[in-house]
Structure formats: C-alpha cells, structure tokens
Design a protein around this ligand. Structure first.
Ligand code: ADP
Ligand code: MG
Length: 757
C-alpha cells in the first residue's frame, strides 16, 4: 500500500498548520485533508450597481474597504469597528455573487459594524479587497450588512495579484465546511499548501483504469486539484462527478464483497416437503396467490433449499401480501425441521403479528401449552411470542420453547437479540423492517444460529431502488408490485380545520352516510386518553423521526373522541366502540369480532388497526390529528379501507395552519397512492443520515458527495461495476487499491469529518 495518503499531515504542511487542522477538523492524514471537499462553490457574479442590491437577502459581494475605525462602546465594555466598503474599483457597483431580484435605491457605500472583532479590525484595512457575505439591511436610509462573513482576497493565494477581471469573475470560490474558529478561506489556504507539497501522482486510485476510461474520468491527481482549486464551474463539476462515482464504487464494492462472502457461507438447506404444514396451509388458503406472490414464493423456496444462506429483501406496497409470503417461507423451514424467528420493531407490532399469524394459520397453529414434541409434527406448528414485557412465567416458557425447539415460529422484538435467548435450530430470520435494522443488528441475530441462518427482510413500504441498494446493499431484492385483486381505489382528502373549522361536523355527517349505506368507519386517534401524553402509538412516526411537535395543542384521544361522538347528533343511535392497546385482550378481541360482524359500525382506535386488521366492509377512514403520523404510517393506515372491492375514502384531519411544514406530509399522502412515490417523498423530508440509518453508523463513514436520492444513476452504475469486479475477483487480489479503499471505508481513522452529518 502506498504511503502518501496515510502520511501524517505535518510531513506535508508543517507542524503548525497540521496542528490547527487536527484541532478543528480532527483530520491527521494527507488523504483525510485531500478528501475534505468543498461543500459548495460560489460563482462570482457580474458587477451589480449598489443601487440594485437586493435587501434582506443573503448576498455575497466583492468590495474594497474605504475606511475602518474602531471606537469603545459607551455603555458597555468592548469596541465597535465600523468598516465602510464600496465597489471594487471605484465604479458605481459591487460585484454581487448570486442573488436574484433587485429593488430599492441605495447610496454607493455600505457600512458594516463589527463588535469586538479583532479580525475585522486587523484585516479589513483601507484599500484591501475582500469578499463579504451577509444580509443587506437599511437602517434610517443607510445601507449596511449584518454579521457578514468575510474573506480578504489579497491573502487568497490564487486570486492575489490576478488583474484579469474576466478570469477573476469566472473563478468559483470553494466554500468548505468551516467552524467558527477555522473559516473556509483558511482551510482553503492550507489545502492549497498541501496541493503544492503532496505527490498527487502517488495517491492510489481505487477506480479501475477500464472504468475510468469508459467514464472519461479526470485523472485522480487532476481531480484533486480541480475539486479544490477550480478555475471554472466545469472544473469542479467534472472533479466532483469522479469523486462521487468513486465513493459509490467503494461503498458498492464493500457491499458486493459482503454479499459474496455471505453467499459463500455454509447454511443448512431447508428443502420443501410435499406433505407438511405448508402444503396444508396452501390447500386451505382462502384466496389464490397473486402472480407476484407466487413468483417471489418460488424464489424464496429455492433460496431456502440452498446450502448457502439466503439474504433477501422483500419489498412491496402496503397490502401487497408480504406477510403471507414470509409466512410460507417460515413454514417451509419448519417443515424441514428448523425454526423461524420474526423480528418486529415494537412490542405491539410483535403482538399483532402473533395474533394475525395464528389467525391466518387457524388449526395449523398450536400454543405452547399442549406440550407437543417438536416444532414440526407435519400437521401443526407452535407459534410463540417473546417480548420483554411478558409476565415472567410466560417469558420463561417462551425462552424454553425456543431453546428446546418446541416453538417453530418465534415472534418478538429486539428482545430476541438479547443474550439469554437461544434457539434449538434457527433456520430463518424474518425482519419486519419498519424501523431500519442495521447490518450490525442483522449480524447479531445471525450469530444466534449454529450455522448462518437464512434471512428475509421485509420493508413496511416500498423504498426507492437506490436506497435499497445502499441501505440494504448486502441483500438481494424481491419486489411485490401488484396488489391482490379486488382492491378498489382509495381517495384521500386533507381536511384543514384551521381554515375550515365548520368541517369538523361535516366529517361525522359523511361517516353517517357511509354507515347508512351499510358500510363501516374507522376513526384513528394519536392518543389513548386525555391524561396521557405520549402513548404514542407504534409505527415509524416517533416524534424525533419526522419533526412532530405538539405546540401545546390537545390531541385527539380515543376516550375523548368516543365521548364526543356519543353526543354527536349525526351519529345518534350508531353503535361505536373504542379499541386500543391498553385494553384487556378479551375486550379487544370482542370489539374486533363485533366490528367484523358489522354490529359495531364505527371503531375509534389508535393505530392498533395498522396491521393485520382486514374488514372488507369498511369504506371510510378518518385520521384525526393526522399530522402526528409519518408518511408511511398514514399510507399503511389507509390501506385498511378499500379492501372489499368497495371504493375507500380517507380523511386526513389536521388543525395545523396552511403552510405548516408538517402539512407537507399530509399533502404528499393525499396526492398519490403510489407507495414508491411516497417513500421517495418521505425520504426527501428526512436528512441523509436518517435515510442511511444504522447501516452507516457505528464507525462507518458518512457519505461525502453522494446523495442516495439524488444520485441514483451513479449508485446503480457503481453497483453493477462492483458486482462485476467482485464476481471476477472475489478477494480483490487484482484490485488492491480498491480493496485498500474499502478497508479504509469500513475502518476509518477517527476523523472529524466522518462524524459530521
Ligand atoms: P402487507 O404486509 O404487504 O402490507 P399483508 O400481507 O398484510 O400485506 O396482506 C394484506 C391483506 O391481503 C391480508 O389480509 C392478506 O390476507 C390479504 N392477501 C394477501 N395475499 C392475498 C391474495 N393473493 N389475494 C387476496 N388477499 C390477499
Ligand atoms: Mg404487513
């Protein structure tokens, strides 16, 4: 491995600068600093007359200091430095960078007041030219700049002495992620020194020559130069293009290598049998599988029958029938003598999976109390729930059943990952991925099996392809893109009570119409009672996730809404019932049974109905304080109506003002029923780090130039290249530069930029 990139910085830029860089950016190596890319580039604009400077907008301009004076403040300790700036060369204009519409008449100078600003006092000397960015304000007719950031251009190494105004005007200004103590221009100066002293030709290039030639990439050394010191916008664009691909290639190669390593492991083959529980299940299935379900089912069956582990992601639209597909895979493993574990993100969801899987299995499932002999008797399977909050005795029994092999299907939460859980012969892990489990957690579960188990990860809602490639890049992907027949369209409407308070009553009148037509209604609330503040119902929409906040408003709760609806004139005489997770299980199932039997017409509930509830006669869903839920949760919820061939309606009720950022989510959900579009939208509203989640944490580097949503084409290309490279050279023996880059990516030195989001 070449020494240059790993060289300590001080060998190239001197002890002092290296110390400053380490202190403020945490970077200690040549490569670390070379890869500290500008966050953006400012384009120097045309000369703009001062009179046309936009007000109250962030502007960047080049100006010359006319005068500077410092005085003591009268009332308090400290000094004020007044700096008057004018256009660059005495003509009546300022070089404005960026900025859009111009208005207002202004005099030919701007005054800036700095408080206790030693740097302004010492650097902004009359005659010096500098770059300022800040907001133009006017106070009593005098123009000023508030808190401008500035950079003296005369100490800017590559513009100093440049008298060619054309060239200067075209030259982009790199803007580095800076700290208060270490401004962008200082970073730029140090990097400029580095570029002069380092042997760029000796920096190894992880991109294979054939790919670089195909893509017409800049040579690595040139790319480093142009990313840091571009002369034109095209320069940095080309350089970034290359580094972005490079980043994608290293990441995708790491994933491809992992896929190939996992696939090479030994696993127990779980071959299908003809007379097991699965066959009985299929015979009793009340519907026919969709073509997609059948096709994915075949893929899974074949994967499980291999003696290498299957590692697969199953994604599909809400209601596309993923659970049935997963359950069939679990039954195949049970038939073959193994156990299957289903990992759910929350206790409530685990309990719901438990209920609905036992319901789906019907007589094919049995509880632990019957004392059957093994997980498979060819006729039935024991389904066991294991969560942290179970009573001690039940939990102990569940642990025992998992360890002895009595339990064939074990359903639980993260609790399944804990040390005291062991399995007799874990053959398949199904992860119901509402929250995204990271690679590390997948590994923790894998480690529970004697041999690597097969793995199936299910997404709650479909995700864009390139996100799947990145977040679940170590898995193969199957997609269910068709809904079972008989699903009618759902129309979704946003009901804004802020602008139309009168609509509250109309909602219940609408509910009455549905009920009079013989149909049923769901009302979903974010809370159970009026006194609790947080029984936040499960799902992905935890407050921190989607930026939800209460602002002190009283949120709709199941108990309050039930009380209110009992007095609601338009619902007089309509049988309605509450349903939530804190009710006694018997009461819950009784309520569900009555709703199924259509004796309860209107169900007021929390999101307990999100999963597993299937009432074909329900046609209207009213979601109160809908802004409290996340996009995919709302999408999941509305999937509960429109199931019986009857068109469904979903009302998203909110009291947030128009234009409130949280209303964007509701508008998105109302605008489409396409889960892929919605998840794209959902992800756009999150930060990159949230998208990548745990797969990028735990010491892994944050992506620098690559944005998962924006650069899908780059990621896809890099993935196919990586696949090809790894297939031909699994150990990367002929690609040592790439292998080294992967190692550094997986195991980076502790450098500050890696921790930055
Ligand atoms: P997902 O988990 O993908 O959102 P589910 O597996 O919960 O979807 O399936 C939604 C509903 O559709 C369930 O009630 C299930 O029984 C039913 N279902 C699944 N597959 C079919 C099918 N092929 N035909 C009719 N109904 C189906
Ligand atoms: Mg499901």
């Amino acid at each position: 491995m070449n020494a240059e990139p790993g060289l300590p910085l001080e060998r190239r830029i001197g002890k002092r600068s290296a110390g400053v860089i380490e202190k403020h950016l945490g970077i200690t190596t040549v490569e670390g600093l070379l890869n500290y890319f500008p966050r953006r580039y400012m384009a120097r604009g045309e000369l703009t007359p001062i009179s046309e400077l936009p007000r109250d907008e962030e502007v960047t301009l080049i100006a010359r200091v006319l005068s500077s004076s410092t005085r003591s403040m009268q009332a308090r300790k400290g000094t004020i430095t007044d700096v008057v700036i004018s256009d660059d060369d005495g003509r009546s204009g300022l070089r404005l960078v960026g900025g859009t519409d111009f208005h207002g008449k202004v005099p030919g100078t701007l005054k800036i007041s700095f408080f206790n600003a030693y740097r302004a006092k010492s650097e902004l000397l009359p005659g010096r030219r500098a770059l300022f960015s800040g907001k133009v304000t006017s106070f009593k007719g005098a123009l000023g700049l508030t808190n401008p950031d500035f950079q003296v251009l005369d100490s800017d190494p590559f513009t100093a002495g440049s008298d060619d105004p054309e060239k200067l005007a075209a030259m982009p200004i790199p803007v580095y992620p800076a700290t208060a103590k270490l401004p962008s221009w200082k970073i730029q100066k140090v990097i400029s020194t580095l570029l002069e002293t380092v042997d760029l030709g000796a920096v190894p290039d992880p991109v294979p020559a054939s790919v670089a030639a195909r893509e017409d990439f800049l040579p690595l050394a040139t790319a480093y130069r142009l990313v840091h010191e571009p002369e034109t916008a095209a320069d940095w664009q080309r350089a970034r293009h290359r580094f972005r691909y490079q980043e994608a290639l290293v990441l995708q190669s790491a994933l491809a290598r992992r896929r190939s390593q996992l696939a090479a492991e030994e696993a127990t083959a779980r071959r299908p049998v003809t007379d097991g529980v699965l066959a009985a299940f299929d015979r009793n299935l009340p519907f026919t599988l969709t073509d997609g379900q059948a096709a994915v089912g075949k893929t899974l069956a074949a994967g499980l029958a291999e003696n290498h582990p299957m590692n697969r992601l199953l994604q599909g639209e809400v209601g596309s029938g993923k659970t049935v597909v997963a359950l069939r895979a679990m039954l195949q493993v049970v038939d073959a003598g193994g156990q299957a574990a289903l990992l759910a993100p929350t206790e409530v969801l685990a309990a719901q999976h438990y209920d609905s899987i036992r319901r789906t299995l019907g007589p094919l499932s049995r509880d632990g109390l019957l004392g059957a002999l093994g997980s498979q008797d060819g006729e039935s399977v024991q389904v066991t729930l294991l969560t942290g909050s179970m009573p001690a005795a039940a939990r102990k029994q569940a642990l025992l059943d998992a360890a002895s092999g009595t339990a064939g299907i074990i359903i639980g939460t993260h609790a399944l990952l804990s040390d005291n859980v062991s399995f007799y012969d874990l053959g398949l892990i199904v992860v119901d991925e509402q929250h995204r489990f990271g690679v590390e957690q997948r590994d923790a579960l894998r480690a529970k099996a004697r041999k690597p188990p097969h793995l199936l990860v299910m997404t709650a809602t479909p995700i864009p392809r390139t996100v799947a490639m990145t977040v679940f890049g170590d898995l193969e992907t199957s997609t269910l893109d068709e809904l079972p027949k008989g699903r009618a369209p759902i129309s979704t409407h946003l009901v804004g009570l802020a602008e139309n308070p009168g609509w509250a009553g109309r909602i219940w009148a609408r509910a009455r119409e549905e009920i009079d037509a013989g149909h049923q209604v769901y009302v979903v609330c974010p809370k159970i009672g009026t006194d609790d503040d947080g029984d936040f119902t499960p799902g992905e929409a935890e407050p921190a996730d989607v930026g939800l906040e209460d602002n002190g408003r009283e949120l709709a709760s199941v108990t309050a809404v039930v009380e209110h609806l009992q007095d609601e004139p338009s619902l007089a005489g309509i049988p309605l019932a509450p349903l939530h997770g804190r009710q006694d299980p018997d009461l819950k199932s009784d309520t569900m049974a009555r709703f199924l039997a259509n004796t309860v017409k209107l169900l007021v509930s929390t999101t307990v109905i999100e999963v597993g509830v299937d009432v074909h006669n329900a046609t209207l869903m009213v979601i109160l304080d809908a802004d409290r839920f996340g996009i995919s949760q709302l999408h999941q919820l509305r999937g509960r109506v429109g199931r019986g061939g009857l068109p469904g309606t979903c009302l998203l009720v909110t009291s947030l003002e128009r234009g409130h950022p949280s209303r964007r989510r509701l508008e998105a959900v109302a605008s489409t029923t396409d889960g892929f579009v919605l998840s794209q939208e959902d992800l756009k509203l999150r930060r990159e780090g949230d998208i990548l989640g745990a797969s990028q944490s735990g010491g892994r580097s944050t992506l620098r130039l690559l944005r998962v949503l924006e650069h899908g084409d780059v990621i896809a290309q890099a993935r196919s290249d990586a696949q090809e490279i790894v297939a031909a050279d699994p150990a990367l023996d002929a690609h040592t530069e790439l292998a080294d880059a992967i190692d550094r990516y997986l195991n980076p030195e502790k450098e500050a930029f890696l921790e930055r989001g």
